[in-house]
Unconditional design. Structure first.
Length: 294
């Protein structure tokens, strides 16, 4: 059952158009130099973040592995934001807006150049927004689908709304174009959906932990030490994410090359498939009809 709506798709496209007009206006006000520096800040910080993210992901198997992807996302994203705000601040400090320029053609071209850069910035942000909406929608989709599988309370309205936005964005011929220009590969969102289903169901998580590759890691000395660490147990019970991230034992385990080597060997997609496929019922082979039988 699809949650997509042509009405919501129209709303999203109209909001995108208004956003582009707003960015063009902001570019006009900022002027050609300031707006150009803002665009350069987006591009340069993105490149720096990608390079830093790739380097941070290498010990965990690269961007192709979930652990590598999230390590690269955290390191690359943080460094990219720092670089962006530094460049943006210098541009705002050193150069004047269009309204502070002299009158006449110079001021007109100063503003027009800024408007062009503003349009490019708007397109860049919308491009990123496509990935954000589809990613959040994929994360929420697992929670929305769960009540349809089991007799449980309805999902939060926020989760349903995110799924509606995602599926509305992907609806029809316009949705195919949106999917085509998305910078992230299609299987990335499938992976997010599978992880959401995994974390939302206790039985599925148990099967995931029973996968041979995961079992090998869980029995390693580093993981045994982590599981028995009082700080991690306390933070897990309280769902204290900051406490987990600041835990010294967890930080040491992340830096352990032996554990990183174990993580690189895991076929995550195979482990997810093993966990998400329901186990065959006992004696299921005997229940299959024999060839030629009616």
């Amino acid at each position: 059952m699809s949650h997509g709506s042509p009405v919501w798709q129209g709303v999203l496209f109209f909001a995108a158009l208004l956003f582009l007009i707003w960015e063009i206006w902001r570019g006009w006000r900022a002027g050609v130099v300031r707006a150009g520096i803002h665009l350069a800040a987006f591009i340069f910080s993105t490149l720096i973040g990608l390079v830093a993210g790739r380097l941070a992901a290498i010990p965990f198997g690269g961007f192709g592995e979930v652990s590598g992807f999230f390590a690269g996302l955290v390191v690359g994203g943080a460094l990219g934001l720092v670089v962006f705000f530094l460049i943006w601040f210098l541009g705002a400090l050193l150069f004047k807006r269009t309204e502070h320029q002299g009158s006449g053609l110079f001021r007109l071209f100063w503003g027009l150049g800024g408007a062009v850069f503003g349009l490019l910035i708007g397109i860049f942000l919308l491009w990123s927004g496509i990935s954000l909406v589809r990613g959040l929608g994929a994360m929420a989709q697992a929670r929305v689908e769960k009540p349809r599988q089991k007799n449980s309370p309805p999902p939060p309205r926020v989760a349903s709304g995110l799924v509606t936005l995602k599926e509305s964005l992907e609806l029809g011929p316009a949705g195919k174009l949106v999917v085509a220009v998305d910078p992230l590969p299609p299987d990335f969102y499938d992976l997010i959906l599978q992880i959401g289903k995994l974390t939302g169901d206790q039985e599925t998580m148990v099967r995931f932990l029973q996968y041979p590759g995961i079992q090998e890691i869980m029995q390693s000395p580093q993981m045994v030490e982590l599981v028995n660490d009082p700080g991690i147990i306390k933070a897990s019970e309280k769902r204290d994410v900051l406490g987990l991230l600041s835990n010294k034992a967890l930080f040491s385990a992340v830096q352990d090359p032996a554990l990183a080597e174990h993580l690189k060997k895991i076929d995550l997609r195979a482990a997810l498939k093993f966990a998400l496929e329901p186990p065959a019922p006992p004696g299921g082979e005997h229940l299959k009809p024999k060839p030629g039988s009616k």
